[in-house]
Design a protein around this ligand. Structure first.
Ligand code: PLP
Length: 495
């Protein structure tokens, strides 16, 4: 049965999956949502016999219903290959009774790779299906992780170019090095004088420039976005929850149908929304445990029913979760508003005008499956330290936020169901914070020296992604003012 996509902000003519992927965002500013959540059509036992790629097909075919079997299987094969450092793609590690689902074995060692390694193929396939002749130009503003994962995903993908803007002084050394050493003749990386918001605003202006769009079209180009609100990023994220459950079943850690809890360190609400969709598809998940850092806008929302971004923005050691507007939450709000785009739109307008909205009690009741909590900086560091001390297993700062919140949840509820914790980044990506948490005596050392220390402490080999950038030549040294971003784009395209 075909799944079509509606907008969360107005009644539109529903679009096919490939059109939703191409557009990214609906013209009315809304997010695309499937008109129903399909049920898994394989049993958990059947899924437990499958490889990651096979599970990916079984899940994604239910959402991307206008892709042929051949098209989808080809996208999957191109995405989940030896770019990952393990055939398992998403292995699980047990520590102190919880299962850490390691989503960081891809090219850039953060969980963004799980979706961004397949999005370029979904996008080029969608372009073909819709007879788009233009070259697709991906434009991205990044605060670090997304930019590199998008670059790695799109590098040398035929029919695409990718341009990434990052705040010149606003990303970590390792993050910057990862980006400016990116290979691929279709890649372009620019540091801007300004912060992430400036980069983001500049990109939005370029996207909204109708004259530029017409000129680009004349020259054979059109823009698209690799943003986390694209359903081409959301759908691939459902896969690993199904895969994790199936694997627990295969290894007889759970019995068929037994409910598990899922813990997700959350920023833009994409990863945990994917877990929610997995549950709606019939995967036996009980609680969705939403973990925030000190930017605890989601925790407050689950407590009070009021989403309020009017607060100080805190820079933490888990920067990929330093977010005050969780864009993907809109899909959940739309749903609990009874799939009513007018009601959702009113709330989103309140958010953009006054920075806050409050849901009704009846809507709040539908959030029973979610549990929110947060970890402050000290608790996060202590979690890394103590887990390492007791087990020798090293987790990154984002995963530590989740681990800490999971402990709080158990303490509060005494619920000891089997739990899967989404482990979203390799500790090598946030080496300094991780090492500092374990032992502060290394603080004066250089970033790459710390990498070697981490390898000694954890007994885990330095990942290829880090080894490569140690000596890699800088291939991108473009810097511009925030007012020159459009010109940089035109220069790169040669138009
Ligand atoms: C992006 C990111 C997150 C947050 O994921 P969302 O889908 O935005 O909630 C958490 N951890 C890491 C390492 C990330 O890169």
């Amino acid at each position: 049965m075909e799944v079509l996509y509606n907008s969360t902000r107005s009644k539109i003519n529903p679009v096919k999956a490939s059109e939703a992927i191409l557009k990214g965002l609906s013209e009315d500013g809304g997010l695309f949502v499937p008109d129903r959540i399909p049920a898994l059509d394989k049993t958990l036992e059947e899924l437990s016999e499958m490889t990651y790629g096979q599970v990916a097909y079984e899940v994604m075919k239910l959402y991307l219903t206008d892709f042929t079997e051949e098209e989808l299987k080809e996208c999957i094969a191109k995405a989940y290959d030896d770019k990952f450092d393990t055939e398992e793609i998403a292995p699980m590690v047990e520590a102190e009774g919880a299962y850490y689902l390691e989503l960081f074995h891809g090219a850039t060692i953060a969980f963004k790779d799980m979706a961004l390694s397949i999005l370029p193929h979904l996008l080029t396939t969608s372009a073909k299906k819709n007879h788009v002749k233009n070259e697709i130009v991906i434009l991205t503003a990044t605060s670090g992780d997304t930019g590199k994962a998008a670059l790695a995903g799109f590098a040398d993908v035929e029919g695409t170019r990718i341009i990434v803007f990052y705040p010149k002084n606003g990303v970590s050394k390792i993050q910057e090095k990862q980006m400016v050493t990116q290979k691929g003749k279709n890649t372009y990386v620019v540091g801007i004088h300004g912060n992430f918001d400036d980069a983001q605003t500049g990109v939005k202006q370029i996207f909204g420039d109708k004259e530029l769009a017409a000129y680009m079209d004349e020259k054979g180009f059109q823009f698209s976005s690799a943003n986390s609100i694209n359903i081409g990023r959301l759908v691939p994220q459902i896969v690993y929850y199904v895969y994790a459950y199936a694997k627990l079943l295969r290894e007889a850690r759970i019995t068929s149908g037994e409910k598990i809890n899922v813990v997700v360190p959350t920023g833009n609400f994409g990863n945990i929304l994917a877990a929610f969709y997995a549950k709606q598809m019939g995967l036996p998940i009980d609680k969705l445990i939403c973990a925030s850092n000190e930017n605890k806008v989601l925790f407050d929302f689950f407590q009070s029913g009021t989403y309020d971004r009017n607060r100080e923005f805190v820079l933490t050691s888990s920067p990929s979760m330093d977010i005050l507007i969780s864009s993907n939450l809109e899909r959940l709000i739309y749903r609990i508003a009874g799939n009513d785009s007018e009601r959702n739109k009113a709330l989103m307008e309140a958010l953009s005008n006054g920075g806050a909205y409050t849901i009704t009690d009846e809507m709040k009741k539908q959030l029973v499956d979610f549990y929110g909590n947060y970890a402050d900086e000290q608790e996060t560091a202590k979690t890394i330290h103590d887990l390492y001390d007791r087990t020798g297993y090293v987790i990154d700062t984002h995963t530590a936020v989740a681990s800490c919140v999971y402990e709080k949840y158990k303490e509060e509820t005494k619920d000891t169901k089997t739990a899967v914790i989404a482990s979203t980044a390799s500790p090598y990506k946030f080496t300094r914070s991780v090492i500092n948490a374990i032992d502060s005596k290394y603080d004066a050392m250089e970033d790459f020296e710390l990498v070697d220390i981490l390898s000694k402490l954890s007994g885990v080999e330095v990942p290829k992604a880090i080894e490569e950038i140690r000596k890699a030549p800088v291939l991108h040294d473009h810097i511009c003012d925030k007012t020159q971003m459009k010109q940089m784009v035109m220069d790169f395209l040669g138009i």
